[in-house]
Design a protein around this ligand. Structure first.
Ligand code: NAD
Ligand code: MG
Length: 399
């Protein structure tokens, strides 16, 4: 993949999901790489945290600030009064932000709400820095073909996929045997199922290495984040399910690897800091200079690896199933997992019930439905959420 449109580095940027974990890190990278002197930031979007969004919008002098929450429109409008910055809200506001003529768009909205605005930016040919893995997990084929038609470049931001992107030799694509996605194993890597049974969201969100949003942190503890990343990798790099391996690597120093047909394996390493992957996406195919911690190999001393335990972490097995079945099963896995995640955080179901819920819904919707249009994907998403709610209600009754 080469940058086909826009300048290098891009000058006009939009950040979808600017107030989140990836979003705030993106703004830090933008500041470090020159801020307003080097870039024109056209649009920023957020949701509930309007005060932060307004502060970011003023600092960067953006054209448009959007809150996804219609009820926050007046608050955002007040906060930006007199600044000359346009304000919008809701789904139409997100579409407006995605439609601005930015040549680089960071897609960092959390979850399925990120799909449609990111598709809009892809359709008009923007280069997309993709943090929102749900775009590919739910709508893989549609998203990739939209990117292709739009003509922009898709640059992964998820640290594992950024690593693979960096390790792939464009001239040796046909010599890739497999990719190896590393996983930290999360806070319960060494715990038994019995120990995991009673944990709360507070315990589950404490990640050993990375500082991330709540959804990704819980997903790391259940390894559902890795499950989503396996599906994300299939679409990003056009791989067969058998070419996608997961290895637990507790130090999170190797961010992922590519194994070639001659036995050579290329890895990308770094301290666990999302800003490195974000900066790579912003400066690709070049590199920027970033003030992040450097790797000290002598201090590090060792790197450990172990196979993931699919009994304790069924999410990995479920991802393989979704990969083999294809069609809407990725969208189903994602929607059921998102629903089960909310139920877990709200204390309605236990930690281990998340995987049970996803598996029940995947089985119920295993009817070979294709994921060839956005409507088909969104219909499967809605149905999977309703089925997951059914399973959750039954579990609550049984408890
Ligand atoms: P987050 O929850 O910290 O931030 C999410 C952003 O989306 C916020 O700006 C929020 O205002 C916005 N948002 C929330 N609900 C919305 C809605 N309904 N409509 C529009 N916007 C909404 O999440 P995050 O951890 O920054 O993750 C963002 C994406 O990046 C996710 O898809 C995640 O899987 C992916 N990702 C995150 C990390 C990480 O380190 N945090 C790493 C890799 C990939
Ligand atoms: Mg990741």
């Amino acid at each position: 993949m080469t940058r086909q449109k826009g300048s290098n580095p891009p000058e006009k940027l939009t950040v979808l999901g600017a107030t989140g974990s990836i979003g705030t890190n993106t703004l830090d990278v933008i500041r470090q790489l020159g801020g307003r002197d080097r870039f024109e930031i056209l649009g920023l979007t957020g949701a509930g945290n309007v005060a932060l969004l307004a502060e970011q919008a003023r600092e960067l002098g953006v054209k448009l600030a959007v809150t996804a929450d219609d009820e926050k429109y007046a608050e955002l409008k007040d906060a930006l009064a007199g600044s000359g910055i346009a304000v919008a809200s809701g789904k139409s506001g997100l579409q407006e932000a995605a439609s601005l003529e930015a040549d680089w768009v960071m897609a960092a909205i959390a979850g399925t709400p990120g799909l449609e605005p990111t598709l809009t930016a892809a359709r008009r040919g923007a280069n997309i820095a993709l943090a929102n893995k749900e775009c590919l997990v739910t709508g893989g084929d549609v998203f990739i073909s939209t990117m292709r038609e739009g003509g922009g470049t898709l640059i992964p931001v998820d640290s594992e996929h950024s690593a693979i992107f960096q390790c792939l030799e464009p001239h040796n694509r046909d010599k890739v045997e497999r990719i190896v996605l590393t996983a930290s194993g999360g806070p319960f890597r060494t715990w038994s199922r019995e120990q995991m049974d009673g944990v709360t969201a507070e315990i589950a969100r404490a990640h050993p290495n990375w500082s991330m949003g709540l959804k990704v942190s819980i997903g790391s503890a259940s390894m559902f984040n890795k499950a989503l990343e396996m599906i994300e990798a299939k679409y990003l790099f056009d791989l067969e399910p058998s070419q996608i391996e997961v290895i637990v690597h507790p130090q999170s120093i190797i961010h992922s690897m590519v194994a070639y047909t001659d036995g050579s394996v290329i890895a990308q390493l770094g301290c666990p800091d999302m800003r490195t992957a974000i900066a790579y996406a912003l400066t690709y195919p070049g590199r920027g200079t970033l003030d992040v911690e450097r790797l000290d190999f002598a201090k590090l001393a060792r790197l450990d690896f172990e196979a993931p335990d699919e009994d304790r972490f069924p999410s990995i097995r479920l991802a393989r199933l979704a990969l083999q079945r294809g069609g809407v099963q990725g969208a189903v896995l994602n929607a059921a997992e998102e629903t089960a995640f909310h139920a877990f955080v709200d204390g309605k179901i236990g930690f281990l019930h998340m995987a049970d819920t996803v598996e029940s819904v995947m089985e119920r919707m295993n009817d070979g439905r294709p994921a060839d249009t956005i409507d088909a994907i969104l219909a499967a998403d809605t149905q999977a959420r309703a089925y997951a709610e059914d399973v959750i209600r039954q579990k609550q009754k049984a408890a």
